[in-house]
Structure formats: structure tokens, C-alpha cells
Design a protein around this ligand. Sequence first.
Ligand code: ATP
Length: 300
Amino acid sequence: MSHIITTHGLSKTYRDRTVVRDLDLRVPEGCVYGFLGPNGSGKSTTMKMLLSLVRPTTGEVRIMGRRMERSTRRDLLRHIGSLIEAPPAYAHLTGGENMRLVQRLLGLSDGQVRRAVQTVRLQDHLGQRVSRYSLGMKQRLGIALALAREPRILVLDEPTNGLDPAGIEEMRKLLTHLAERGITVMVSSHLLGEIDRTAEVLGILGRGRMLFQGTRSELFARSVPDVLVDTADPDRAAALTRRWGGVRDGAGVRVPGLDHATTADLVARLVREGVAVYGVRREEQSLEDVFMDLTGGGGL
Ligand SMILES: Nc1ncnc2c1ncn2[C@@H]1O[C@H](COP(=O)(O)OP(=O)(O)OP(=O)(O)O)[C@@H](O)[C@H]1O
């Protein structure tokens, strides 16, 4: 798989506080990469380093295999569109006037601007002042401004923040649509639920460190589900499994967070002690549970 963004040992320290630590990002080309983590975990700082808005303390950024440095920065940044923090448009101008400003600034064609506006479905609102746009429309205009130069990569910092459920759904569809067209979309959120179904690859950050990077199914594979034991003698089974954290749960016993090997040990112990085991079930964790475990609960 070719990676369009990579970092190696990327770190940022402000005074004596390291807010991003030794990050090795691997963003596959043409996918939606969900960059997740609780508030303050370092997502924005990382994205700003990718865009050369913040200088890394150590480590390197590579875009399309080329190292970002003074001599390559201008050229590489032409391939990246971004939306960082507040939508970048002038509120007292119309959507169309904002688009024309960027068109003139970057020397873009009418076709490029038209395509960007159509992609975010704002063509019927170009005559309206941005101050009268909904937050979702402002975000879409921000994306159109970033898209107009036809970048290969789009870096979006919390584009769903503050949107209502309909706006979030619209944003998800837009991101998927962009990836289908071959654009690599790196999108951050502190809320797993807002982008988890959209993102094919997830990077989960906690206190500046990468806690997990991979596909959703790889993340699930890392989960350690509760085990539910259905038995004729739940009290005795609970006592025998106490050292693994077993407690009575309804007519059975629940043992939290067990891997395969420990589950096998536990069942063997019960059978050895003569407890009749009717069934053993691993209770799947939701992606939220896995995320909460990884981030220590700070992510939701
Ligand atoms: N210029 C700066 N000087 C000092 N500390 C900073 C600076 N910029 C960010 N930080 C700190 O770095 C940490 C990470 O911030 P960052 O904005 O990257 O996190 P985040 O994951 O994007 O969170 P949020 O979703 O709240 O923006 C925070 O504790 C923040 O206070």
C-alpha cells in the first residue's frame, strides 16, 4: 500500500511540555484517514506540522515520498488543501465572492472553482452572504476553498465540530465522495462516532502518542471482550473466577476483558472444579468501548 503522508519520529515540545511525541503516521493514498483523540491530545498540532504551520521539534514529514523541508515546502503544499480551526471565509462577502478571491489569488480557472462548488453542493447559495450561512454551509465553503486548486490531499481539523446530525451526515457523505475521487482525506475528531464509519483507517492519539493505527477491523481485533459464562452454579463459578474479576451477572457470571488464552484457562478451571458450564460467550465490544479503553475514557 502506498502512503501519501508519512511522518517519522515527529515530536513537538513547547517549553518543557511535549504535546506530540514520536509520531509515525502512515496515511494510505485515496482513503479517509480518521485522526481521533480526546481534546488536547495533539491532533491540531500534528496537522499543523504536516502543513508546515508549526515547526516540528524533532522528526520528519514526508508528502508523496518527499521530505518536507525549506526547499520542497512550496511545491509539496500545492498538493494539500486544508481546513484548520474556524472556516476561513470572509463573513461579510458572499460565498461566490469568497471563491473569486481565492480564484484570483491562486490563478485558478472558472472550471476549477465551479467543480469545487458543485462538489460541496453550494452552487445555489453563492449569492448569499457567508454571515447568513449555517455552520454546515460555512464548513462546506471552507472545503470548496481548499478543493479549488485540486489538491491530492485534504487535511480537515474537526470539520464536524458543532454540526447537527444532518450536517454531520452530509459531511460524512462528502468525505466518502472525495475519497472515491482519489483524494486522500485526513480528518480529525474528538468524537469517534462522527467519523468512524467513514474512515477506512484510524489513527488514535492520546496525550501526544499514537495509541493505535490501522483499519477498523484491526482495532476490533485488539479489543478484549467480556466473557459471559452460563452455568448451573453461578455463585460458585463467580467465586472460582474472582481472581480474573468474575462477578455474578443475572443467571450467569461475567468476567471482564479476557483474551483467548485466559478464557481457555478459566473454562478449564471451572470444569476441573466440577462446575457445569452450559455455555461461554464473548461479548463483543463496540468501537466506542475500544476507543474508551485506549484513551482512558477521555474521548467521548
Ligand atoms: N502554541 C502553543 N503553545 C503552548 N502549548 C500549546 C500550543 N499549541 C497547543 N498547545 C498545547 O498542546 C496540546 C495539544 O493541543 P492540540 O490543539 O494539538 O490538541 P487537539 O488534540 O487538537 O485538541 P483540540 O481538539 O482541543 O484542539 C494542548 O495541551 C495545548 O494546550
